[in-house]
Design a protein around this ligand. Structure first.
Ligand SMILES: [Zn+2]
Length: 129
């Protein structure tokens, strides 16, 4: 594992992935608020809209962070998945998208593989971003 280079902006990458899970959590909460039949209808709509706005705001922050992340090797923005072809080394977890797989890789296995050049990096949160 030590021959795998450490990604230079690991901290930024980890924080953007943590915010992604926050967005997922907020979206789940918004769905729960919308589906809440026990609560007053107007109150659940208010919660739904408020939580959804928080999710959108956090999503915008994620996009701003991920825009700053470039692959150390090929310099492409590897956290932005385009519709074009990906490198054959690019990791995918099951039927999830490359981007979703990258987010989970950063958080769960502390590594990330560039979807464009296939270079794998270790993610060390203590490293300076
Ligand atoms: Zn790359």
């Amino acid at each position: 594992m030590n021959d795998i280079p450490v990604y230079t902006r690991s901290s930024l990458l980890v924080w953007s992935c943590r915010l992604v899970t926050l967005v997922w959590g907020l979206l789940g909460l918004a769905m729960a608020a919308m589906l809440s039949v026990a609560a007053d209808l107007l109150l659940s709509i208010w919660w739904f809209v408020s939580i959804l706005l928080m999710a959108v705001a956090t999503g915008v922050a994620v996009i701003a962070l991920e825009y700053r992340l470039r692959c150390d090797s090929c310099k492409r923005r590897f956290m932005f998945e385009d519709l074009g072809s990906k490198h054959r080394q690019a990791r995918r977890r099951g039927s999830l998208t490359h981007w979703t797989s990258s987010v989970l890789d950063v958080l769960l296995s502390k590594s990330v593989t560039c979807i464009y050049c296939g270079q794998t990096f270790r993610v060390e949160h203590a490293a300076k971003a």
